[in-house]
Design a protein around this ligand. Structure first.
Ligand SMILES: NC(=O)c1ccc[n+]([C@@H]2O[C@H](COP(=O)([O-])OP(=O)(O)OC[C@H]3O[C@@H](n4cnc5c(N)ncnc54)[C@H](OP(=O)(O)O)[C@@H]3O)[C@@H](O)[C@H]2O)c1
Length: 295
């Protein structure tokens, strides 16, 4: 198969690139809206909001499957910038869906309200509370209207050795501040993007195409506070220059969030495990693996 990975410069896009080397029977094309000068691989410039460019690219390279890792992911900025977020997170997904290639698309826990206290299942009612969540849900709907047999992975709390993310921010703050406050009333599951990429490859390599929406995060649950403690602990285990920062648990209302955050965004992963026969690592083990990979 000829597989196009969009958003190749992002967290998940980079992990898909790393894993593609372990699946050499396919031919891969990588694309992103901008191409950095020092890119380690050929990344084609492709703005997915440009329908003609998407169709031209897919036709020219005979793309069979698109794994759409491209997105507008800045949750706070999306509140002021919803039309642009909608263009990238929904209209562009329709462009990809109409291009003639099959789609594996990535969505988010932000399609849910976050008010529940049980892990969300794929069929649970959505109620996005943010512009980002609304645009991502619109993307799911746009895709399924054109390709009802598409595959969608909803994930949450993504981090990776690539790009900017919470793990890297907490390392930086831990190295530079004597004390930080981190919220303990938002519960979810950190997800190593490399593990999500493994699950995506399980879907690609399955004996048959298994259409549907799937929830994927690492196993376990924690608050952002617990995650921060673990980040500092693992960092100190692996490095000589120790982080010596007091982490204080605070409430969401004490933190000046620009955008409301879900209080409970744990996803139920029974369907993805059963359908693809995969085991999912616990978030703590994956955090250690990611930090070792950074080293
Ligand atoms: N990060 C999370 O915590 C999280 C949580 C739940 C779900 N997700 C979903 O998981 C997926 C992967 O997220 P990620 O964290 O890997 O995202 P990311 O690191 O922000 O990467 C997204 C990539 O898409 C590119 N992009 C933006 N607009 C584009 C356009 N018009 N055409 C082509 N490429 C464009 C971005 O380029 P620029 O950087 O130059 O804009 C970036 O390289 C996304 O669908 C996201 O919504 C993420």
């Amino acid at each position: 198969m000829n597989i196009l990975i969009t958003g190749a410069n992002g967290q998940l896009g980079n992990e898909m690139r790393i894993l593609s080397a372990q699946h050499p029977k396919h031919t891969y094309l990588f694309s992103d809206v901008f191409v950095p000068e020092n890119s380690p691989v050929t990344v084609h410039p492709l703005d997915i909001t440009d329908e003609a460019a998407v169709c031209g690219f897919v036709g020219e390279h005979c793309v069979d499957l698109i794994v759409n890792c491209a997105a507008y992911t800045n949750v706070d900025k999306a509140e002021q910038d919803e039309p642009v977020a909608l263009k990238i997170n929904a209209d562009a997904v329709a462009n990809l869906a109409r291009s003639g290639a099959r789609l594996i698309h990535i969505s988010t826990d932000y399609v849910f309200s976050g008010d529940e206290h049980l892990p969300c299942r794929e069929q649970d009612p959505v109620a996005p509370r943010t512009a980002y969540g609304r645009t991502k849900y619109a993307g799911e709907q746009a895709l399924l209207a054109i390709q009802p047999d598409a595959i969608i992975f909803r994930t949450a709390w993504l981090y990776s050795e690539y790009g900017n993310n919470f793990m890297k921010t907490m390392i930086r703050l831990g190295q530079t501040k004597p004390e930080i406050g981190v919220v303990y009333d938002q519960i979810g599951t950190p997800t190593y993007a490399l593990d999500l990429a493994q699950a995506i490859f399980a879907a690609i390599e399955a004996d048959e195409w298994k259409a549907g929406i799937y929830h994927y995060t690492n196993e376990g649950v924690c608050s952002w506070y617990d995650f921060t403690l673990a980040i500092h602990e693992v960092y100190n285990m692996l490095h000589k220059d120790q982080i010596n920062c007091r982490v204080k648990p605070i409430l969401s209302e004490e933190y000046q969030y620009l955008t409301p955050r879900p209080h409970y965004s744990v996803l139920n992963k029974a369907k993805v495990k059963q359908t693809f026969g995969i085991q999912i690592p616990h978030w703590r083990d994956s955090l250690i693996a990611c930090m070792q990979n950074i080293q």
